[in-house]
Design a binder for this molecule. Structure first.
Ligand code: NAP
Length: 472
């Protein structure tokens, strides 16, 4: 049988239940793991190797042949070999003509080569139909069966039929193929597994920066100041008191920073009188990581709750209470109950509890399993309306905590206000701006702009236009 006819036969639709033989080039970790998984799914597998002999590591059911012999046995060839060794395929170009070559390779760095590995493979073997797939699945996940986190397989390629054949294999393995379009998408698919929490970088670095700043700020105000002026050693504050000051402060600032870009976007849209104009890059990126900012803020809020719960069992707190009682008894003094203080203390706690409750609710609704089960309007209601309510409650919690201490000179050590006073700046700015934006004259205009109305309609190139739906 000549080569061309064997290709046609192999590419023809399979009418029987028997699956078609698939060839895998390379008997390395990935080739073996994928081969084993495919054998379990009923595919006859033939390996193409430089040393065609079976070893204990290779699945018993699989045949191991030379590259040339193995390629002739299948219409689909999975290239489980690193890109730098692809040169060996050039002499096989004739045998590979018309075959479906599946590129599974990854690189060590993002955009390591000018073209994607899949495009490079297509250049080396011009007669083959190259499809990119499986690169986001690890050999370990295939072997251990822990594919829950990586069930999606990105697939791209220029030949629809070839892509369909590969997607059928993906489905047969119990995975979910996601068609990403032509081979041009390969570079992005190859970069995907190399990304390290791209959306989390800004929130994490920002929270670390704020934590470091407020740590030194509190250290100066609460420990060094007391040491210098009162000769008291409060260095043990570093363990609980200072973290319990930093956590709520960072949580509140981060929560406000979730809502600040939306407010800025609204101001920009009002100023420009159109939504068909790109936001600055930094604002786009900021808006994209709002969910992560909110979740990091929630983590700090949780820490604040835990630190607060252990306050009564702290030695320092117990000592101070006992000392206060004894000194009152010795001096025969009593403190009359102050109703205002009772109100301030209870309101402060109540606002904190409610703020935390809504904060947790926001966090839960941002989980994909929950957000997927509500429609866009419900999601906006929770994230926007309940989000602002959370911000109001948490800001009020901090304001009431300050109570009448805002004007007290003892709150300003070395002219430095308490950390919680600083934490109120951004939330208050966000809330004031939001309050101004809901004035009917501005709100009406903003709603019109978001529905497509333009103050000065522009007729520039279509490419300049982008509907930015993210400005909630
Ligand atoms: P590997 O363990 O190093 O195996 C690569 C195989 O390539 C070798 O076993 C060898 O097979 C063959 N080979 C090596 N040098 C060659 C050469 N000069 N000419 C021809 N063949 C050569 O690598 P791997 O981890 O299996 O990865 C294989 C491919 O899968 C890579 O492109 C990788 O990016 C991709 N991938 C891997 C994973 C993973 O979890 N490991 C996940 C996704 C994608 P023979 O000795 O049989 O010839």
């Amino acid at each position: 049988m000549n080569k061309t006819s064997s290709n046609i036969m192999a590419l023809a639709p399979n009418t029987s239940n028997k699956r078609e033989t698939v060839c895998i080039f390379g008997t390395g970790d990935f080739g073996r793991a994928l081969g084993q998984k495919m054998i379990q799914s009923g595919y006859p597998i033939v390996f193409g190797s430089r040393s065609p002999r079976t070893s204990n590591l290779i699945p018993k059911e699989a045949e191991v042949l030379s590259h040339t012999e193995a390629a002739q046995k299948a219409a689909i060839i999975i290239i489980a070999i690193q890109r730098q060794h692809y040169d060996f395929l050039t002499p096989l170009a004739e045998i590979l003509r018309g075959k479906v070559l599946v590129d599974v390779s990854n690189n060590l760095k993002i955009n390591q080569y000018p073209e994607s590995n899949a495009e490079y493979l297509a250049q080396l073997v011009p007669g083959a139909k190259v499809v990119k797939a499986f690169n986001t699945v690890s050999a370990w996940a295939l072997q251990s069966g822990t594919l829950d986190a990586s069930r999606q397989v990105f697939v791209c390629g220029d030949d629809m039929e070839a892509k369909q054949m590969v997607m059928d294999i993906v489905r047969a393995l119990g995975l979910t193929p996601l068609d990403q379009g032509s081979l041009l998408a390969a570079q992005e698919i190859e970069n995907y597994p190399l990304q390290l929490f791209p959306m989390w970088k800004f929130p994490i670095f920002l929270s670390l920066g704020l934590t470091a700043f407020f740590f030194f700020y509190c250290l100066i105000r609460d420990v060094i100041y007391s040491y210098v002026y009162e000769n008291k050693d409060y260095s043990f504050f570093i363990a609980i008191s200072i973290p319990n000051r930093i956590c709520p402060v960072v949580a509140l600032i981060l929560l406000a920073l979730v809502y600040l870009p939306g407010v800025l976007a609204a101001i920009i849209q009002l100023y420009r009188g159109t939504k068909y104009s790109r936001f600055p890059d930094w604002l786009d990126k900021w808006m994209l990581c709002r969910k992560q900012l909110g979740l990091v803020a929630l983590a700090f809020a949780f820490l604040h709750v835990f630190y607060t719960l252990i306050i009564p069992i702290r030695y320092y707190v117990r000592w101070r209470n006992e000392d206060g009682i004894i000194s009152k008894a010795l001096n025969n003094k009593t403190d009359p109950f102050n109703n205002t203080n009772g109100w301030l203390s209870d309101s402060y706690l109540a606002l904190g509890i409610l703020g935390f409750f809504f904060f947790v609710l926001l966090g839960i609704t941002s989980l994909p399993s929950v957000s997927n089960s509500v429609n866009w309007r419900e999601f906006r209601f929770v994230q926007s309306k309940l989000g602002y309510l959370t911000l109001i409650l948490c800001t009020a919690h901090t304001l009431v905590y300050g109570g009448n201490r805002f004007l007290s000179p003892s709150s300003y050590r070395w002219y430095l206000p308490n950390a919680y006073m600083l934490s109120l700046i951004i939330p208050c700015i966000v809330l004031i701006l939001k309050f101004v934006l809901i004035f009917p004259c501005l709100d009406r205009q903003l709603t019109q702009i978001r529905q497509g109305w333009e103050r000065n309609p522009q007729y520039s190139e279509q490419s300049n236009y982008i509907i930015n739906k993210s400005a909630v």
